[in-house]
Design a protein around this ligand. Structure first.
Ligand SMILES: [Zn+2]
Length: 343
């Protein structure tokens, strides 16, 4: 695309005085990673792509399911029908929105092993996870490397958003302490309405645009809490970073330094269990597909293999990670995995 097209594309944003040509040029040079391409990530990634943020990395471990379509605006029925990887489906859509920017995808489970590789070569991390443990990991990486991150969380009809700048604002551990640790590592079980995820992600992106275009004086000094059903909107000022904070005060990074679990088992909503083998492996999906084809329905892409047998659906990724759908407990999931994938 030529310079004229680019100028036209961003005309309304450049004419917005606080951004202007100078701010737009900064956006085009900016690099962002979006962690979690669910409801929040769908909205933030598409707004950032359309705004012309020059590089966007999409990190997500899941596949598109029918329950996602109610609010995850990057996906359609075809994506759910095929069970495609969210990171890849998202990246493909973003490239359609804006072919002038670079979009990359990473179909992976963010862990202490890969977090620094995936999150540190960027100007900003955008949180779309809805997962307390992963947020602590993001916070650890952000503080350790001095990278700003846009926090956001939404459940039910309420949510919170804010831009955390290590050294300038309190970090996540200053703000919530051990409270975040009490949350369990689950996907959505509480329910959520689409509008709140749109609002919270938009609040994250507004701060992101200020930050990336160099207008830090315009940043909100605090978190904002919104409840769309009960009609509340509250600002909570940041205050200062806590000197006694284990993370930003004492620079101890518990989530990042934690050894990787033996076999991580994660519950992802009703009757879905994720299994992640301890050692980093590289599976030949082609080989596996050949082996499983006589036993059930198999569909394979570059990044995943989907195997359907009876009421069970197994989605295996190239790094050995798997989602087992239609199981009632961990033992059943483990046995299904070891029987058909091996360990
Ligand atoms: Zn802190």
């Amino acid at each position: 695309m030529g310079a004229d097209g680019a100028a036209e594309r961003y005309a309304r944003q450049v004419v917005f005085a606080p951004i202007g040509e100078d701010g737009q040029a900064k956006l085009l040079r900016a690099r962002v990673v979006v962690v979690g391409l669910g409801a929040l990530g769908s909205v933030s990634a598409s707004q950032l792509a359309r705004a012309g943020v020059g590089y966007i990395r999409c990190v997500d471990r899941d596949i598109v399911e029918w329950t996602n379509l109610q609010r995850q605006t990057l996906y359609d029925e075809q994506d759910a029908h095929l069970g495609v990887a969210k990171a890849e489906a998202a990246a493909a859509k973003l490239r359609q929105f804006n072919s002038d920017i670079v979009v990359e995808s990473s179909v992976t489970d963010l862990s202490s092993q890969n977090a620094e590789a995936l999150l540190t070569d960027v100007d900003l991390i955008v949180d779309g996870t809805d997962n307390a443990q992963i947020r602590q990991l993001i916070n650890d990486v952000a503080v350790k490397h001095g990278i700003a991150w846009a926090y956001g969380g939404a459940v039910s009809s309420y949510g919170v958003a804010g831009l955390i700048r290590p050294g300038e604002t309190p970090c996540l551990a200053c703000l919530f302490g051990a409270q975040a640790e009490r949350d369990h590592d689950t996907c959505d079980t509480v329910g959520v309405i689409g509008p709140i995820t749109g609002v919270i992600a938009s609040l994250q992106v507004a701060e992101a645009l200020k930050y990336l275009s160099g207008r830090t004086d315009a940043l909100r000094d605090g978190l904002v809490y919104v409840d769309l059903w009960h009609n509340e909107w509250r600002n909570m000022r940041f205050g200062n970073p806590q000197p006694e904070c284990p993370t930003c005060g004492k620079r101890s990074f518990a989530a990042l330094d934690a050894p990787s679990d033996a076999l991580t088992v994660t519950f992802c909503g009703r009757r879905t269990i994720q299994l992640r083998p301890q050692a980093q492996t590289q599976l030949s999906l082609e080989h596996l597909a050949k082996r499983l084809r006589p036993l059930g329905t198999v569909r394979q892409t570059d990044s995943l293999l989907r195997f359907e047998r009876g009421e069970h659906i197994l989605t295996v990724f190239a790094d050995g990670r798997a989602l087992v759908h239609g199981v009632d407990d961990v033992a059943q999931a483990r046995s299904f995995y070891t029987r058909y994938v091996g360990m």
